[in-house]
Ligand binder design. Structure first.
Ligand code: F6P
Length: 527
């Protein structure tokens, strides 16, 4: 199938997208997927009906529907760790049974959710002015992203996020906070992550030294009840979850507590409802109607068939500034793998490098390369029909115009003749040719656009669940396990081994020359 798809891609390589629009007046609608008021337009790509059918056949051949059903039903699809993958249960608000090893997990999920709501309300109604979420990776990126995204709904205490073991992060955050009115939430699935535990201990010492009471002002979010108790956090302030919630998929449950405290249980429920709505769509919509499926197939057309190494996430929404980083973990930690479920080499490229920044800022930074560089970078634009700032409507109109203009420019490009015409009044002869060459845009560059009415909690839930399911489909087609992350282990092990060397308690002997030299440099240049 990959060979056929690659042959097809080669055969249509010179075809211009504008010709596809010319030949099919309904292209924009036919190459868009709709879920409620959300629209994913992938018409500005080089896909045609045949290729799309081939891609759908690829997904069917991989058995994506059966695997999807297995995931929702609680099967242990994370085969290297022998675990179910059930973040969807965390947003299963109607509580229909979800069985893991013969037991319904929903009573536990709903009970924890009720405890979170009660605790969030208590904190919101207390003297607490600031909350610090200490976590990293999936225990940081999701809540940090969502808290910023939902700023218009933020009516609770201020929320800060500390993740990096770099002491600068916690030092800068604690600066100016009142230890007596600060709540620290230690968010860690394992409760062993060195960065998080180091920051948690530093925060505890700070609170003790500044008149706060860590026995009252610490809460924990974890699967590891033993470790939270060892740390001294009483059970009533521990919000637990199970190992079938992956770190990068965990913001829907206890790891989302800081978001809930910020925006309130009602808005958090709306976020869950958005995720659940996307789950239902993913389970019910057929073929081209299925938004996550089509998003995955378009992504694979670009990465695995056409070989484009990266994709840019470009939300035209300042409050989604952290979304590219969040998707980076979601996609790269899930699908950045070289072996299939049975330990064989993956047949094609693994997931792409995901990166990006909000528009319009990116336009003034890296879009130059996207438009005129030698590499093609598929772009994923996101835009709301309206902003929250009703009185600043003209800002939003400009934002929308810029977003739409970028995808149009990428597709349309500018020919040499058009470039010459632009500067013909200023230059002649050889200089005209030289100047015109710099103003040519190759065009025919692909993008997709996700459009929605307003960035409200429900929409945010839909967006995150859309991308989660897209990652799932891509993983199924690649035949990999999207739910483990062995690739992060080696660095952790070596860092642990290097710590005594850096501290000067052990010698660097036995290390490679570069590492020895760098340790020596550090030792000579610190006080
Ligand atoms: O190092 C990777 C990782 O395991 C991520 O998958 C996870 O989100 C992050 O570390 C934090 O882990 P924990 O929540 O257990 O502290």
């Amino acid at each position: 199938m990959w060979t056929e798809l690659k042959a097809k891609a080669a055969a249509v390589a010179d075809r211009h997208m504008l010709d596809l629009f010319e030949a099919d007046p309904d292209r924009a609608d036919r190459f868009s997927a709709q879920k409620g008021d959300m629209r994913l337009d992938y018409s500005k790509t080089n896909l045609d009906d045949d290729t799309r059918d081939q891609l759908l056949a690829l997904a069917d051949g991989a058995g994506w529907q059966a695997k999807r059903d297995a995931m929702f039903a609680g099967a242990a699809i994370n085969q290297t760790e022998g675990r179910a993958v059930l973040h969807t249960a965390l947003r299963n608000l109607d509580g229909s049974a979800v069985m893991v090893d013969g037991a319904d997990v929903m009573p536990g999920v709903l009970d924890t959710l009720a405890r979170m709501r009660a605790y969030a309300d208590a904190v919101r109604g207390s003297d607490i002015t600031d909350v610090i979420n200490i976590g990293i990776g999936g225990s940081d990126l999701g809540p940090a992203m969502a808290t910023q995204a939902l700023a218009p709904y933020h009516d609770g205490p201020r929320v800060h996020f500390v993740s990096n073991v770099d002491g600068a992060h916690i030092a800068d955050t604690l600066q100016g906070l009142d230890a007596k009115t600060t709540l620290v939430i230690v968010a860690s699935k394992t409760f062993t992550t060195i960065e998080t535990m180091t920051n948690a201990r530093t925060a505890r010492a700070w609170m003790q030294d500044h008149g706060g009471d860590p026995t009252q002002q610490f809460a924990a979010l974890s699967t590891n009840m033993e470790k939270t108790a060892d740390f001294g956090i009483p059970a009533e302030r521990v919000f637990g979850f199970e190992d079938w919630v992956g770190g990068r998929y965990s913001m829907w449950g206890p790891i989302g507590l800081s978001v809930m405290i910020a925006v309130g249980p009602k808005a958090f429920d709306a976020f869950l409802r958005g995720g659940q709505a996307m789950d239902r769509h993913f389970c019910a919509a057929e073929g081209v109607e299925n938004m996550p499926l089509m998003h995955a197939l378009v992504g694979m057309w670009h990465r695995q068939v056409l070989g484009y190494a990266t994709r840019a996430v470009l939300p035209y929404d300042q409050r989604l500034a952290l979304l590219p980083a969040y998707f980076q973990q979601l996609e790269m930690e899930s699908n950045g793998k070289s072996v299939t479920m049975d330990g064989k080499a993956v047949a094609v490229e693994s997931g792409p490098v995901v990166w990006g920044a909000p528009g319009t800022n990116g336009q003034h930074a890296f879009y130059q390369l996207i438009h005129q560089g030698t590499d093609v970078i598929p772009c994923e634009f996101m835009i709301a029909a309206q902003g929250h700032e009703a009185e600043l409507r003209h800002h939003h109109d400009l934002l929308v115009a810029n977003c739409l203009a970028q995808s149009e420019a990428l597709m349309r490009g500018r020919s040499l003749d058009e470039a010459r015409a632009k500067v013909a009044d200023k230059f002649t002869g050889g200089e005209l040719e030289r100047q015109a060459a710099h103003r040519v845009f190759p065009g025919n560059r692909p993008s997709v656009t996700l459009a929605y009415p307003l960035l409200d909690p429900e929409t945010l839930g839909m967006i995150v669940a859309l991308y989660e399911h897209r990652v799932f489909v891509e993983g199924v087609i690649l035949g990999i396990n999207s739910y483990d992350q062995w690739g992060v282990e080696l660095g952790k092990e070596l860092a642990t081994a290097l710590q005594p060397v850096v501290e000067g308690r052990e010698s660097a002997e036995g290390k490679d020359g570069s590492t020895r030299g760098l340790v020596d440099f550090i030792h000579r240049h610190r006080n």
